[in-house]
Design a protein around this ligand. Structure first.
Ligand SMILES: Cc1cc2nc3c(=O)[nH]c(=O)nc-3n(C[C@H](O)[C@H](O)[C@H](O)COP(=O)(O)OP(=O)(O)OC[C@H]3O[C@@H](n4cnc5c(N)ncnc54)[C@H](O)[C@@H]3O)c2cc1C
Ligand code: SF4
Length: 554
């Protein structure tokens, strides 16, 4: 461990010290003693969704003495009781409610795209936590594509540093984007990471170990990683970060209520004043309404636009905050081709966390290439079921599939994240189909552009060359998608987005959006750290504005 000021971290977020010191995962006393509010209590803030963005806001404002209630559609997970180190047994972690997809390149939803329950998608996220690059905030100015954010990298830098210390993040010194260090030193690397580093080195491609939100050393009462590789199934030992461990305990200790199994069906708005009054939700079959002075929506890039559209009223007939037809638009997904290589010696890629080694050498626009923006490459290490999906996506079935499966220990696997550009037609609307609560489900239409396709081709070529340079005798690549963001983007005005630079909606002064939906571009970095940093900044500005009695601005 290097230079991590645990006293300062503890002063702003004590979660790691609230985990029991006796080896158990959950502080049951903290949950049992949780402050509760009645629906009739007008709390200061109700937050919809307790994932990456929502939990950060809840924790930050609870710390400042706000009366906060967070509602989440899923359960309050108890890792010891609810999680298993087993791929097939972990599907209940995903948002499996129906969603409709279409477009030229429909994005499969309903399996492992997003999470459900306290902690959100980070419960089963891999754990990579890179920052965005400064260029990500001005792609239109620099490259003539995408969009400029109404904030820039320096606005987020202090929040990146804070969240990296709270998760905490482990990794080598980072040379790309805004070069920086990490609070924990890099983890040791397993067979898959060694293959990546060997192949990349042979081609002169720089790599780094990390950055991963997996504790590497003493951090409060959190356990050290035991390198069993079940990060995408929820880490039972508390080594991998998710808000369930990193932000919710501190929020509870500071008087927030986290109300699980509460599906929010619409945001209530006073037709006369145009202000949000709270949220309607369904809990244990009962329709309820939580009153609040302000509302923050953080339900993920599909469910957030869906909720706004489902909150149409006489004042907002096209959907809440949708007077300029911006809700649901510019939803992005990263192209995530995955390449596996076979080696004579055993690699045993399951032995270690899937997130280990990455390169951002191809992240920025290269003027010599026919495409704009770029991609990153990371180790991915699929477990057996995901490995079977990889092999069968290549058309291998029956005896052939069995042969690839029994050969599993000899394979290494890399994944790319390609920066697909935001397009207005890639959007969420409401489908005719309804869910079990009678609410229209989200319809997500997605089509790639030429630049997107060129990036995928380039990333495939790089990954295949790396694995070949490391000694692979066979390589197989499949196309995938990863990481949905956008759909209620941040912009300078209401003609181009849904929220302003502070995450406040243009249409409703006391309604905020604090999840990945607000991202105008996505870079080729995994998004969770940026989502938490944006949410932490929004909470700071919200609190500052409330204190001064004036609306918060940048
Ligand atoms: C398999 C997988 C691996 C990933 N790996 C990485 C990685 O390595 N690094 C990285 O940075 N990112 C990764 N991600 C993505 C990352 O986890 C998400 O981008 C991030 O968690 C999104 O944050 P959010 O706040 O937008 O939403 P979430 O974290 O998904 O939180 C949304 C919450 O809202 C709740 N909710 C939704 N609708 C409602 C409603 N109507 N009422 C009440 N509650 C509601 C949901 O139950 C959920 O808990 C991965 C994702 C997946 C699926
Ligand atoms: S490999 Fe480490 S971080 Fe991943 S699930 Fe196991 S203990 Fe947790």
């Amino acid at each position: 461990m290097r230079g991590l000021d645990t006293v300062a971290v503890r002063r702003r977020n004590e979660s790691a010290w609230l985990v029991p010191a006796d080896g158990h995962d959950v502080n049951h006393r903290l949950r049992a003693d949780m402050r509760t509010f009645a629906d009739e209590d007008e709390v200061d803030l109700v937050v919809v969704g307790c994932g990456a963005g929502g939990s950060t806001v809840v924790q930050r404002l609870a710390r400042r003495g706000w009366r906060v209630v967070a509602l989440d559609a899923g359960p309050f997970w108890d890792p010891e009781r609810d999680w298993v180190s087993d791929e097939a047994g972990s599907h209940h972690l995903y948002w499996n409610e129906p969603r409709v997809i279409s477009g030229d390149d429909p994005v499969p939803l309903g399996s492992n795209n997003s999470g459900r329950g306290i902690g959100g998608s980070m419960v089963h996220f891999a754990g990579y936590t890179p920052r965005f690059h400064p260029s990500d905030f001005r792609t239109m100015t620099e490259d003539g594509v995408g969009a400029d954010w109404p904030i820039d990298y320096t606005d987020l830098r202090p929040y990146y540093e804070d969240i990296e210390a709270e998760l905490p993040v482990a990794g080598q010194d980072w040379p790309w984007g805004d070069p920086h260090r990490y609070p924990h030193s890099p983890h040791p690397v397993s067979g898959n990471g060694e293959v990546f580093m060997r192949g990349a080195q042979a081609l002169g491609i720089p790599t780094r170990v990390g950055p991963v939100a997996i504790a590497n050393g003493r951090f409060g009462h959190r356990a050290h990683c035991i390198y069993r590789g079940f990060c995408l199934q929820g880490c039972k030992v508390n080594a991998k970060a998710s808000p369930l461990i990193t932000h919710v305990p501190d929020a509870l200790a500071h008087g927030a209520e986290v109300r699980a199994d509460s599906m929010v069906s619409r945001v209530g708005v006073d037709e006369r004043t145009g202000l949000a009054t709270g949220v309607h939700y369904v809990r244990r079959g009962r329709q309820r309404f939580q009153r609040a002075r302000a509302v923050a929506v953080a339900g993920y890039s599909i469910e957030t636009p869906r909720l706004l559209l489902n909150s149409a009223s006489a004042r907002f007939p096209q959907g809440l905050c949708n007077d300029f037809d911006q809700v649901g638009r510019y939803l992005m997904v990263q192209g995530a081709p995955q390449t596996a290589g076979r080696f004579h010696d055993e690699v045993r890629m399951w032995k270690g966390p899937p997130p280990e080694v990455s390169t951002e050498a191809f992240y920025e626009t290269d003027p010599a290439k026919p495409y704009q923006r770029g991609f990153s490459v990371q180790t991915v290490s699929p477990l057996p079921i995901t490995w079977a999906e990889h092999v069968s996506a290549q058309g291998h079935f029956g005896d052939d599939l069995r042969r690839y499966m029994s050969d599993y220990p000899h394979w290494a696997c890399l994944g790319a994240l390609c920066e697909f550009l935001p397009r207005p037609g890639n959007r969420v609307t409401l489908a005719a189909e309804q869910d079990r609560h009678g609410l229209p489900v989200a319809h997500f239409s997605y089509s790639q552009g030429d630049n997107d396709r060129m990036l995928v081709t380039a990333a495939r070529e790089v990954m295949e060359s790396i694995l070949r340079a490391a000694g692979a005798t066979e390589v197989i690549t499949i196309d995938r998608f990863a990481h949905l963001v956008g759909g209620a983007r941040m912009a300078r005005d209401d003609r181009h987005g849904v929220v302003d630079a502070t995450c406040r909606t243009f249409a409703v002064p006391n309604l905020y959006i604090t999840d990945g939906s607000v991202l105008p571009t996505q870079g080729s970095a995994n998004p969770a750290l940026t989502i938490m940093a944006v949410a932490a900044r929004a909470a700071d500005l919200l609190a500052a504005g409330a204190r001064s009695g004036t609306p918060s601005t940048t």
